[in-house]
Design a protein around this ligand. Structure first.
Ligand SMILES: Nc1ncnc2c1ncn2[C@@H]1O[C@H](COP(=O)(O)OP(=O)(O)OP(=O)(O)O)[C@@H](O)[C@H]1O
Ligand SMILES: O=P(O)(O)OC[C@H]1O[C@H](OP(=O)(O)OP(=O)(O)O)[C@H](O)[C@@H]1O
Ligand SMILES: [Mg+2]
Length: 283
């Protein structure tokens, strides 16, 4: 099975990182090389531009691909969205000059919109029944309203900084995007594809969880259990060396809850509390 992976740009590094954490270490690759092996002899990697990945998957050059939902939609390819990988979060928005007369989508009627995403943009205005001219640009979209190339733009935003420095205001959200694992429909149910999806899913699931280990007085166990929310309750073990008064307790806890949970655990008598990251979590 072959996975198409962004070869550069902001999605390259987090994707390589995800492969590593999912246990698919990349081997035999040199810079600029198109293909690479992984430690799994059945899985190889194809490096491609984020925008080209949907097409490579649809055409069979790869079986699955990792890229933004925006790129998949823009490609027009019909792929199976297997898993939200939760990075590359951004929004495609309709934006126009802050001090201009475009404050709602209908104001764009009869005007010009510049974008790197012409298909998504045309679909958006078609759905709304708004007639406008869509001009495709390949970058620096935010400048076009200031050089009379366009009246509005459809472009990516995340922090909002780029829009702000270009004095553009959001008029409407066109698409909320994040990076996904896409598969061609005819391979989406294959065992190897599902296995890879499970491995990626386990990395995502572990990301916002922590593993807690502690000692607790045996007679405080009920209080300790009450403090620990979590997945199927904690694991309780005897401590070695004949200490029958204490038990060891292990539990998986939401990262956001750790701060508070530790405080409460100490209050009910737990000690020697260890907090560790979890590499993968297969539910
Ligand atoms: N500011 C952002 N915040 C979060 N995600 C983003 C942002 N900009 C882009 N993305 C996501 O990353 C994807 C790829 O963007 P990137 O800028 O790396 O590619 P690119 O500009 O097409 O790169 P290149 O032209 O160098 O191949 C986008 O399609 C989108 O899904
Ligand atoms: O809301 P913000 O946080 O400012 O992000 C939005 C900007 O990020 C992307 O550009 P990128 O940095 O990828 O540069 P590029 O135009 O070279 O792709 C996108 O095209 C916007 O310009
Ligand atoms: Mg970019």
């Amino acid at each position: 099975m072959r996975i198409a992976v962004p070869n550069k740009g902001r999605l390259h590094e987090p994707t390589i990182d995800l492969l590593e954490r999912a246990g698919l270490h990349i081997e035999n690759t040199a810079d600029r090389q198109l293909y690479a092996d992984t430690v799994d002899p059945e899985v190889s990697v194809l490096f491609a531009r984020a925008a080209d990945i949907p097409e490579y998957v649809a055409d069979g050059a790869a079986d699955v691909g990792i890229t933004g939902l925006d790129q998949a939609r823009e490609s027009g390819q019909d792929l199976v969205d297997l898993l939200d990988l939760e990075y590359g979060r951004c929004r495609l928005v309709l934006a126009a000059p802050e001090d201009g007369d475009i404050t709602e989508p209908a104001d764009v009627a009869g005007r010009t919109v510049a974008t790197e995403f012409p298909r998504i943009t045309r679909d958006y205005f078609d759905r709304k029944g708004i007639d406008c001219e869509v001009v495709e640009v390949t970058g620096a979209t935010e400048l076009t309203p200031h050089v009379d190339m366009a009246d509005a733009i459809v472009d990516i935003t995340s922090t909002g900084t780029t829009l702000q420095v270009n004095r553009l205001a959001i008029v409407d959200e066109v698409l909320a995007s994040s990076v996904r694992l896409f598969a061609r429909a005819d391979v989406a149910d294959e065992e190897k594809v599902q296995q890879v999806a499970t491995a990626f899913g386990s990395v995502i699931a572990a990301e916002d969880k922590r593993y807690l280990m502690m000692n607790a007085p045996r007679d405080a166990l009920d209080d300790v259990k009450a403090v620990l929310p979590g997945m199927g309750g904690p694991t309780v073990m005897d401590v070695a060396d004949g200490d029958t008064e204490h038990v060891a307790v292990h539990a998986v806890v939401d990262e956001r809850a750790v701060f508070e949970v530790i405080d409460e655990l100490k209050r009910v008598g737990a000690s020697d509390i260890l907090v560790t990251e979890i590499e993968r979590l297969v539910e």
